[in-house]
Design a protein around this ligand. Sequence first.
Ligand code: ADP
Ligand code: ASP
Ligand code: MG
Length: 409
Amino acid sequence: MALLVKKFGGSSVATPEKMRHIASRVLKERNPDDQIVIVVSAMGDTTDNLLKLASKVTDKHYARELDMLMSTGEQVSIAMMAMTFCSMGVPAQSFTGPQAGIIAEGVFGKGNIIDIKPARVFKALAAGKIAIVAGFQAITPEGEIITLGRGGSDTTAVALAGAMRADMCEIYTDVEGVYSADPRVVPNAVKMKEISNEEMLELARLGAGVMQPQSISMGSRFHVPIHVRSTFSDNEGTIIREDNFGEEKGPVCGVAEDYNVARIAAVGVENVPGTAAMIFNELDKNEIPVDMIVQSVRRINDRRGDIIFTVASSDLVEAKEVLEKLKADGRINNILYDDNCAKVSIVGLEMLSAPGVEARIFGALGRKNINIDIVSSSKNSISCLVPRPKVDEAIRSIHAEFFKNKPQQ
Ligand code: ADP
Ligand code: ASP
Ligand code: MG
């Protein structure tokens, strides 16, 4: 007997026909005594459409109410999916995140799962039912509905698999697995048979939208094996595992791009200790994460300098509110905002010790005449900020540089 958690993303459940296809496939592949938990996202573009709907009322960010609104998308999917199974003569029961015991805390729109009490889900399985759980939503200890960030159904699925000690968490999506780059942007990207948690976390963190980064951290914390595969084909996908399987790998495992990036320049700030702390503390207090940071003074003894950094584009409205207050208080002279940039990154374990990688990245971008605004690096990645209209060309060029002759795995 196996306990399997299967997550189906928005495009997989976009229509009632697709739901029927999923139900038929699950039933065909199930062994008689398997226990099945299905986690679903909102149908198709529902979440984006709900956000657009909200913007018709106001362009202010009422985070609690937005979560209340966005969480309805997944509630439609669970009921539709459960009725699909029932109509095929198979008992199934739907659960919202709160009903499935998924508890999260943090700010609205960015909830972090802190506990799962899946007693009702176990009870449904014991009664021979298929359990259908809403992804992306949870309840706070205070009883508020909270969502888990875009792509959060991945995290619901992996966390539930961990809490229920499932044998496998399968992530069904609209591509055949994890590739060396987004296959929609880089048509000759290479599908990976396996990838380690560490590599996948870095790719996801840097924008590979196939998995939400929090789901990978959750998977490694609870030792959940994850299989990313296609809803629409039977081919094996990519296994995300704990170790690096002792395999000899090249310096680069994949490239990622992130369009959700905005650049902010605090111009002419005082070049004295505590200035950067003042700006970043304010942003942190408002739960706005900062990513790339460059601080520069033009001449050694200049009394003023610039601090340039990036935040998620989706956080730009809140970041502006915070920074404009500092400007009004006279603590920053001038602030410039640029919401037309994007980040390309290259990922590989121990990137910092791989000689010549930077030169090859810069060469690939230079040959395409793509300007680099900021460069940052970590142990496992190097990232460049480039103009947003150029990002696809940038990623194709970098990918071609590092994956010239790599065969499909
Ligand atoms: P779902 O709705 O199933 O959660 P998502 O759109 O969130 O699907 O994630 C799947 C998408 O992730 C793919 O369609 C693909 O365009 C994108 N993607 C980005 N980077 C990668 C990558 N390295 N490998 C596979 N897919 C990727
Ligand atoms: N429906 C949510 C989103 O679009 C969650 C998810 O799909 O994982 O972000
Ligand atoms: Mg997704």
